[in-house]
Ligand binder design. Structure first.
Ligand code: BMA
Length: 326
C-alpha cells in the first residue's frame, strides 16, 4: 500500500485537551473507521500519562484531515458489569442497516474479553454485553448476515510472546443469531511459522467485493532477536461461505519502515484497524477501481493512513500464489 505523504495523519498533539482525563496525552492509535452520513469517521484509542485508555471520535470530509471530538465516548450499560474494567480499546466499527456496532477488547482481571456496543448517532452509545471471555481480542463483525447468521472473526490468545504476554496464532470464525450469544464455527486461518505472519489477528471488518470478502489482518514475525514486527496482509474469503479461503497473500502489504512506525511506544508496529472504501456499487459492494483508505496504529503512538485500490489488494491476495488463478 502507499502511505499518505504527510503521515502520521493524527498524532498526540492533535488530541484536544479534555480535563482532567486528556491533558498532554501520550499516544493516539489503532482507530476503528466507518463512513457516517457521507463523512469519514474514526474512533481513536487515546492513552494518557496515567496509561488510562479513552475513545474519541474524529470526523473528516476527505478521509485525511480529521477534526477530533471534544467529548469522550461513554457507553451506557457498562455500570452493569460487576468486574472492574481497566481498558476498552482497539474498537472495530461495522454498520448493519442504520446501526453502528463497535466491537472492542476489554482488559479485566478475568483476561482480555470481547465487548460489543451500538450507536445510531455517534453521540450516545449502548454497551450490549461481553460477547466472549477468557483471553480473546481482535473481534470483527461482518457488515451483513450470511445464511441468516451474524458472523464475526476473532482471535483467542494462546501463544506466549517473548516478554511474557500472549498472542494468538489462529483467527476463528464465529456465528450468532442475536449478536450476544456466539458459537465458534471453525478455525479460519493460522499463522505461518518462520515467515511474516507467525501470529495473526483480524484488522478492520471485511469488505464485500465482487470477488469475495476482502480482509486485512495483522501478522507478527516473532523470530527476530530484539523485537516483534507487526505487519499487515490480505486474505480473500468466499462471499457465501466465508469459512472458505479463496486466496491469501504470501507477502505483507504494509510493514514498519518509516520513523513513526519504527520508533514509539511499541517499536516496529503497523496495526491495521479501520478501512473505508470510497466508492460502492448501489448494492454496497466495493467498486474494484475504488480507492480504499486503511487507517492503522503506528508504533502504538500515532495514526497512519495507507491507500490502495480494491483491485490492487485483491491482486495482493493472489501474489506469490499465482497458480491460484490458472
Ligand atoms: C497487540 C494489541 C494492540 C497493539 C499491538 C502492538 O497485542 O495490544 O493493541 O497495538 O499489540 O503493541
Amino acid at each position: 500500500m502507499k502511505r499518505y505523504v504527510n503521515n502520521p495523519i493524527i498524532a498526540r498533539e492533535d488530541v484536544p485537551e479534555i480535563k482532567p482525563q486528556l491533558v498532554d496525552v501520550t499516544s493516539v492509535f489503532n482507530p476503528g473507521a466507518i463512513k457516517y452520513r457521507d463523512e469519514f469517521l474514526l474512533m481513536l484509542r487515546v492513552q494518557n500519562r496515567g496509561r488510562e485508555t479513552y475513545l474519541l471520535t474524529a470526523q473528516s470530509d476527505n478521509g485525511i484531515g480529521f477534526a477530533l471530538s471534544k467529548t469522550i465516548v461513554e457507553f451506557s450499560g457498562l455500570e452493569d458489569v460487576s468486574e472492574t474494567i481497566y481498558h476498552i480499546y482497539d474498537p472495530r466499527l461495522t454498520a448493519i442497516d442504520d446501526t453502528y456496532y463497535i466491537m472492542f477488547a476489554m482488559d479485566m482481571d478475568s483476561g482480555c474479553n470481547l465487548g460489543l456496543a451500538r450507536t445510531t448517532d455517534f453521540k450516545s452509545y449502548r454497551f450490549m454485553g461481553i460477547i466472549a471471555s477468557g483471553d480473546i481480542r481482535n473481534g470483527v463483525l461482518f457488515p451483513e448476515k450470511i445464511n441468516d447468521k451474524y458472523i464475526r472473526l476473532d482471535r483467542p490468545n494462546n501463544k506466549p510472546l517473548a516478554g511474557g504476554s500472549t498472542s494468538g496464532s489462529s483467527i476463528y470464525l464465529s456465528e450468532s443469531d442475536d449478536l450476544i450469544n456466539w458459537r465458534t464455527v471453525c478455525p479460519l486461518m493460522s499463522g505461518r511459522p518462520h515467515f511474516w505472519d507467525e501470529l495473526i489477528g483480524s484488522g478492520p471488518p471485511p469488505i464485500k467485493t465482487r470477488e469475495g470478502w476482502l480482509h486485512i489482518y495483522h501478522g507478527i514475525a516473532t523470530h527476530f532477536g530484539s523485537t516483534n514486527i507487526y505487519q499487515a496482509g490480505v486474505v480473500l474469503l468466499d462471499l457465501d461461505n466465508p469459512e472458505k479461503i479463496i486466496a491469501r497473500g504470501k507477502y505483507n502489504i504494509l510493514e514498519p519502515r518509516e520513523p513513526y512506525e519504527l520508533v514509539g511506544q511499541v517499536p516496529n508496529v503497523v496495526f491495521p484497524s479501520g478501512m473505508i472504501v470510497k466508492d460502492l456499487e448501489p448494492d454496497g459492494t466495493a467498486k474494484s477501481d475504488s480507492e480504499l483508505f486503511l487507517y492503522y496504529g503506528a508504533a502504538d503512538t500515532s495514526v497512519g493512513l495507507a491507500i490502495a485500490t480494491v483491485s490492487e489488494l485483491i491482486d495482493a491476495c493472489h501474489e506469490g500464489n499465482e497458480s491460484d488463478r490458472e
